[in-house]
Design a protein around this ligand. Structure first.
Ligand code: SF4
Length: 219
């Protein structure tokens, strides 16, 4: 089984509770205006990797000391077979090692559509943040980019872990973005406030760092 991945990092602490593995899948057919992750839109066979390799990386990089896995994109549900296999592999690892991490997935599709077409995938998750990003709506809630997006718990583990956060406001945990550098690529994780990326870009430029091929640029 192959899975198309834009990037994967550990630890991620701005997209769900605790220290998490973050996996960003490649390819999104939804194209929300204002999306800051335009680099994930194009389906790209060059970003395919064996699922077994990704699962081995998850085990190695975390050493089993993780609170959760966040799957984002891109649109994870645009690769339903790969997503199912990824969730099965993570669940098998969790059970075989008696771990207690949760599985959270973002989607730009409405919850009702996912429930109708992908109930099998929802049954594998602990929590879901569905609905498209709408840049004319405010960023009000923790881990969500616009106020139409919901946090849905889907399992006992999900209900227990996410109960304190269901109505949490965007800044309730303070830090909202993480960044890192892979070679010539600078990556950001988290939910930027409106205008944050442009402000960051301007600050970098002031200091002599000219960011190019920006994933948030509409140009
Ligand atoms: S916000 Fe998510 S669903 Fe919307 S275009 Fe961007 S990657 Fe796709």
């Amino acid at each position: 089984m192959q899975i198309a991945i834009n990037k994967a990092h550990f630890p991620i602490s701005v997209l769900g509770p605790g220290r998490r593995i973050g996996i960003w899948m490649q390819g999104c057919s939804i194209h929300c205006p204002g999306c800051v992750s335009r680099d994930t839109w194009a389906p790209d066979a060059g970003r395919n990797m064996p699922l077994a390799q990704l699962l081995a990386w998850c085990r190695d990089v975390s050493g089993g000391r993780l609170d959760g896995v966040t799957i984002s994109g891109g649109e994870p549900f645009d690769q339903p077979a790969a997503l199912a296999a990824l969730l099965d592999g993570l669940a098998h690892w969790r059970k075989s090692k008696n771990l207690d991490f949760d599985l959270l997935c973002y989607s730009g599709y409405p919850h009702a559509r996912l429930a109708e077409r992908h109930a099998d995938l929802l049954a594998r998750l602990d929590a879901l943040i569905p609905e498209p990003y709408v840049d004319t709506l405010p960023l009000t809630q923790l881990w969500r980019g616009s106020s139409n997006q919901t946090l849905v718990t889907l399992s006992e583990r999900g209900r227990a872990r996410y109960a304190p956060y269901l109505d949490a406001v965007a800044d309730s945990l303070g830090k909202r973005m993480q960044m890192g550098v892979d070679g010539r690529r600078v990556w950001f994780a988290g939910i930027p406030a409106r205008g944050d990326m442009e402000r960051l870009e301007a600050l970098c430029k002031e200091r002599g760092l000219d960011l190019q091929d920006r994933s948030w640029s509409r140009a």
